[in-house]
Ligand binder design. Structure first.
Ligand code: 4AD
Ligand code: MG
Length: 434
């Protein structure tokens, strides 16, 4: 095992002991013969107290030159201090300066506009709020992966270059691909996951997906991370049961495991603690009626747009499923509803508190001829889908799956208004830098 450096979060176990803290200056102030340097090491913060008589003249002298984000190695003894943030402080005996910036750090405690912050995202990720959000992201992904591994799912890594369009042709990123003409960046791993579900029964994938979304909304990125699952022999209702169980597991675990981060973000835990099965399930028909009563102008057959999503999502205090959408507004691969041929067996899951859609899922069309018809209707090239149609030729079974957008789920968990803060380096229609 690697011997790890001391971590600030472990300070409580080191009271009275000498430690070495490697980190960066978050804040510094002086009062006469003292310096208070708040040091950040990526795990936490510790107030480091430099007393003139306890260090060499050179070290004390250097303290007055330290800039925000200077990199340091600080030696000292941990002590309990009620008044210090975190409850512990470091009585400093020595400081080695690794790098002291020549200029003032661009991000200060004063208010910066979001464009400025996005332009400095490479530095903005060091801020406490961003550290908290991205730490929750890391834990969320760990939990999702463990949920699937522990429930008997096989991880299948699906390709990013593809010739088979997965969702709407209107949001494809294209690139030249040798002798084959165009390749597309994957909008979903689903089609490949369906092939794998016929091999392993229960499979999942997790990776980046790409949509040339022209929309500049708080819910859209051009590159986002999607967790997708696919299960052979599951129908649409079992698919919703699975989504419900997964969301309940990850949310209840996040509340326990990310207490500190959610507290820092001042997240009200009550809406997260209410996330217990069963979630309400309302049909698309019912959703349209509900919206009409709320004075929205929506007719049966129209898609549920951003504002409508927000309205539905605000009307429930738990996540809510909307199921069986009109065929015309859904993807070609969804199974027609045998009880109503105008609709398909699909579902969205809306997060509460106005966050809107976080999951899209469906039972897949497992019938060769009707799937081929839909491919032709959508003016897709059947030849590109030979392999996908083959799944319907050899041991075709009812099967279902879904895709969960990590950034949207995280935005809701952390109660941040825009998905651009829930991914380390957001890709937006108007941003490729940094
Ligand atoms: O509803 P979508 O388009 O469904 C699919 O891609 C299916 N093939 C998934 C499947 O059944 N395996 O996308 C799924 C989720 C959405 O509910 C949303 O959370 C997220 O992906 N999403 C986006 N997140 C950020 N930016 C975008 N542009 C997104 N588009 C979809
Ligand atoms: Mg969707």
């Amino acid at each position: 095992m690697l011997k790890n450096d001391f971590k600030i979060t472990d300070a409580s176990g080191y009271v009275g002991k000498e430690v070495v803290v490697k980190g960066w200056v978050r804040h510094i102030r002086s009062s006469g013969s003292l310096f208070f340097i708040e040091v950040r090491d990526g795990t936490g913060y510790i107030q480091s107290v430099v007393v003139k008589d306890d260090v060499s003249d050179e070290v004390f002298e250097n303290c007055s030159k330290l800039k925000i984000e200077a990199a340091l190695i600080v030696k000292g003894v941990i002590r309990k201090e009620k008044r210090a943030p975190g409850g512990f402080e470091l009585g400093v005996s020595d400081i080695e300066i690794i790098h002291n910036p020549e200029e003032e750090y661009p991000i200060s405690k004063k208010h910066h506009g979001v464009d400025f912050l996005l332009e400095h995202r490479h530095l903005w990720v060091r801020s406490s709020r961003q550290l908290a959000i991205l730490r929750v992201r890391s834990e969320l992904i760990r939990l999702l992966r463990s949920y699937f591994h522990e429930n008997g799912y096989i991880l299948i890594d699906t390709p990013i270059f593809t010739g088979s369009i997965g969702e709407s042709a209107g949001t494809l990123f294209e690139t030249e691909y040798f002798d084959f003409g165009k390749a597309y960046l994957a909008q979903t791993g689903q089609l490949y996951l369906e092939a794998a579900a016929a091999a392993f029964k229960k499979v999942f994938c997790f990776g980046p997906t790409f949509r040339a979304e022209k929309s500049k909304t708080r819910r859209h990125l051009t590159e986002f991370w999607m967790l997708e699952a696919e299960v052979a022999f599951y129908d649409s209702n079992q698919n919703m049961d699975l989504q419900e169980d997964m969301i309940h597991f990850v949310i209840s675990s996040i509340v326990k495991n990310c207490e500190k981060e959610l507290d820092y973000l001042k997240r009200d835990l009550a809406p997260l603690q209410r996330v217990k099965p069963p979630f309400p399930r309302i049909s698309y028909d019912e959703a349209v009626e509900m919206l009409k009563k709320r004075a929205f102008t929506i007719d049966w057959g129209q898609d549920i747009g951003g504002d409508e999503e927000t309205a539905i999502s605000e009307s429930f205090d738990k996540p809510v499923f909307i199921y069986n959408y009109p065929k015309e507004i859904t993807a070609f691969y969804m199974k027609p509803n045998p009880e109503d041929n105008k609709t398909v067996l699909n579902n969205d899951l809306f997060a509460p508190e106005g966050y809107g859609e976080i999951i899209g899922g469906s039972q897949r069309n497992d019938e060769y001829n009707s799937l081929l018809d839909r491919i032709k209707e959508e003016r897709l090239n059947p030849d590109t889908y030979r392999w996908y149609l083959d799944i319907r030729r050899y041991g075709s079974v009812p099967h279902s799956g879904f895709g969960l957008g990590i950034e949207r789920l995280l935005a809701w968990i952390c109660e941040v208004p825009h998905v651009r803060e829930t991914i380390p380096f957001p890709r937006l229609i108007n941003r490729l830098y940094p």
